[in-house]
Structure formats: C-alpha cells, structure tokens
Design a protein around this ligand. Structure first.
Ligand SMILES: Cc1cc2nc3c(=O)[nH]c(=O)nc-3n(C[C@H](O)[C@H](O)[C@H](O)COP(=O)(O)O)c2cc1C
Length: 154
C-alpha cells in the first residue's frame, strides 16, 4: 500500500474534531505485519482469560486475527489526563475509516487490540510502538484492500 495513501488517511484523522480543539492525540502507523502479529499474539493471551465465549473461542482460533489480516494499521492514542481523550481518538478513527472508503480501500475499526496492553508485555509493546508517556492506545484503524467491493445503495 503506497505511503501516499496512508498519509492522506492520516491527514483526515488529524482533522477530526476534538473536545476544546485540544488535539492531544498520537498516531502510530504500523507498517510491519510482524508487529501487528506480535500485538495479536498478546491480545490472545488476555482474551483467553475473558468470560465471554467470543473472546475465549477466538483466542484459540489461529485464523482469527485482531487486525483482520491487513498490511497496515494506524493506532490512535489519547492523553490519559484529559477528559475526552477517548472520544477524540474515536473521532479520528471514524474520519480515517470514511476517507479510506472514499479511496476504495477496505478498513476496520479496531478496539480489541487494547487487550494487548493489559497483558504482561504491555510496557514492552508501548515502548516498541513509541507511544509517548501519559498516552493510552484507545482505537486503531486497520487498512487494507477489500476482497469485495461493497454495494452502496443510492
Ligand atoms: C468502537 C468500535 C470498536 C470496534 N472494535 C472492533 C474490533 O476490535 N474488531 C473488529 O473486527 N471490529 C471492530 N469494530 C467494527 C464493528 O464490529 C463493525 O464491523 C463495524 O462497525 C461495521 O462497519 P460497517 O457498517 O462499515 O460494516 C469496532 C467498531 C467500533 C465502532
């Protein structure tokens, strides 16, 4: 996937509205599949301990991928100390999802990756992803090419 497309999508995320226009968010573009796979592995170590069937079944399913097998993902982290960091991050992801669709790309809004930061290797992952101190990864947008073109009803 060309970096140019990622840059356009990222730009739309950064234009999302934030409470008090504070824009205290941090975007991490993950371009290495092995990093996404590492996060997925961590997610599964936490999912296996959860009480709902969906999490427990998928934690043992090798075909289940937290990032839906995409080549790239953008993680949006918000500052923990501010009141609306989580909703600001959600707005950014939604903006990116709409833009990706307009570029004929596929994408998926992801929250389940957060489990990775509840596990034993949380600090290691935060460091690897260079998430700044005081920020928490809230949502991600997984970007790829769709297998099928969605039918849009006019
Ligand atoms: C806050 C939020 C978190 C989500 N987390 C995940 C997730 O972790 N994994 C996933 O496959 N889809 C996730 N989704 C996507 C939804 O399950 C659903 O597929 C999507 O909202 C439907 O989009 P569509 O109407 O474009 O098909 C999330 C959506 C939202 C709004």
């Amino acid at each position: 996937m060309p970096d140019k497309l990622i840059a356009v999508i990222l730009g739309c995320g950064k234009f999302a509205p934030s409470a008090m226009n504070i824009q205290l968010w941090h975007f991490t573009v993950v371009t290495k599949r092995e990093v996404l796979a590492m996060i997925d592995k961590e997610v599964k170590t936490v999912m296996v301990t959860e009480t709902d069937d969906y999490s427990r079944i998928n934690s043992a399913n090798s075909a289940y991928d937290t990032f839906r097998t995409v080549p790239r993902a953008i993680i949006v982290s918000g500052m923990i100390a501010i009141k609306y960091g989580e909703s600001d991050s959600a707005n950014a992801v939604e903006n990116m999802a709409i833009e990706a669709h307009s570029l004929d790309l596929g994408g998926c809004y992801i929250a389940s990756f957060r489990c990775a930061f509840l596990g034993a290797n949380s600090e290691k992952l935060l460091k690897l992803l260079q998430i700044p101190e005081g920020y928490e990864p809230y949502f991600a947008f997984a970007i790829g090419y769709p297998h099928i073109k969605p039918i849009i009803l006019k």
